[in-house]
Write a protein that binds this ligand. Structure first.
Ligand SMILES: *Cc1c(COP(=O)(O)O)cnc(C)c1O
Length: 349
């Protein structure tokens, strides 16, 4: 694992901005890169898209007006210590603050790597009871941190705690591990999860660039999919990483080819320290429109933004529905930019 500046500098030369990152500043997200992920970086390219995602840069420490540590107001929606119930039918459980890799675009910096460790038995029980008392919650997200940084036995205890009270609860395993360190995904892990199949599990991965889909990463995801656990991917739109059409087309097609459904492409949240990685919404919408022309429906992710002050997620997409005409029809714009009219359905007497 690469977790000190000295180790980092012994293997690769830092740019002036990387060199200027203050490793001792309070509130800064520390350096952490698994050996596996580090070896995927092209050390000769200062703009390598994998490098940008994990090597600290002084631009993270520039102040930015309007950003904060909790722009989604998650704390406000947190029940107990670790359960975020923001949406009617689903809740997110912060299983641990530990991650295999410290992504420089991390949107949960208020929690990630804060040395709190895995949820305690008491926190797990309390969260499980809350979910049991809220039958409207049909899906639970195991997130963090990275849930797969937990040991198999710890994860099993969490699954049991929730599923014993709610056998029909769908559980999403939200993890960057297949990209960060696919060797963590063993047959033992997947067969343990499979033993608790009173309801489906979904694997929610985060691949941001096609180069992260190595043979090992693909094999790790295949372990889940072969065992009946579908895989969905959530990417973050990141400046210099994947903010061009070719990169996204290649990523999304490679995901589909490997049985991973591109689910969301996220606009960067207003988290302090991530401004230099954010792509403008204007550019994001251009990319989204071009992707819609180039990708199959299956390969097309939903470009989405999590609105400030806890506004929640909404899709970001071009306007295809232009207006309702005075003649009772709907005017549309096609993906190629042409106009079409669709007459409103007749009212039946
Ligand atoms: C994104 C998110 C979810 C899941 O939302 P979906 O649109 O169903 O994927 C649930 N809880 C929180 C707090 C979230 O941020």
């Amino acid at each position: 694992m690469i977790d000190t500046k000295e180790k980092l500098k012994s293997i690769l030369s830092l740019s002036p901005e990387e060199e200027a990152f203050d490793y001792t500043a309070p509130d800064s997200l520390s350096l952490k890169i698994p050996e596996y992920f580090f070896n995927l970086i092209d050390a000769s390219d200062p703009d390598d898209p994998l490098r940008i995602q994990c090597i600290p840069n002084a631009r993270e420490q520039e102040a930015e007006a309007g950003s904060g540590l909790d722009p989604l107001a998650e704390v406000e929606h947190t029940q107990g210590e670790r359960l975020i119930h923001r949406y009617h039918s689903r809740a997110a459980f912060l299983t641990t603050d530990v991650c295999a890799i410290h992504c420089r675009h991390c949107f949960r910096r208020r929690f990630t790597a804060t040395d709190q460790g895995p949820a305690s038995d008491e926190e797990i029980e309390q969260a499980a009871r809350y979910v049991a008392e809220h039958p409207e919650i049909t899906e639970l997200l195991f997130t963090g941190g990275d849930v797969l940084s937990l040991s198999d036995s710890r994860l099993e205890a969490m699954i049991k705690a929730f599923r014993s009270l709610r056998p029909n609860l769908v559980i999403r395993i939200c993890t960057r591990m297949p990209a960060a360190n696919p060797r963590r995904i063993t047959d033992e892990l997947v067969s343990m999860i499979k033993r608790h199949n009173s309801a489906p599990f979904y694997l929610m991965t985060q691949f941001n660039h096609g180069r992260e889909l190595t043979a090992e990463a693909i094999e790790a995801v295949a372990r889940f999919v072969d065992n009946g656990i579908p895989a969905m991917n959530q990417s973050v739109l990141l400046r210099g990483v994947n903010d061009d059409v070719e990169t996204l087309v290649q990523l999304c097609n490679a995901l589909v080819f490997n049985r991973i459904k591109p689910y969301y492409l996220f606009q960067g949240d207003l988290v302090a320290g991530t401004a230099h990685l954010r792509v403008s919404i204007k550019r994001g919408l251009e990319l989204e429109a071009e992707l819609r022309r180039r990708l199959s429906g299956l390969a097309m992710p939903t470009y989405a933004i999590d609105l400030p002050e806890g506004g929640g997620k909404v899709p970001l997409t071009g306007q295809y529905l232009v207006r309702e005409t005075a003649e009772g029809a709907w005017e549309f714009k096609t993906c190629e930019g042409e106009r079409r009219l669709y007459p409103e359905a007749p009212t039946l007497r």
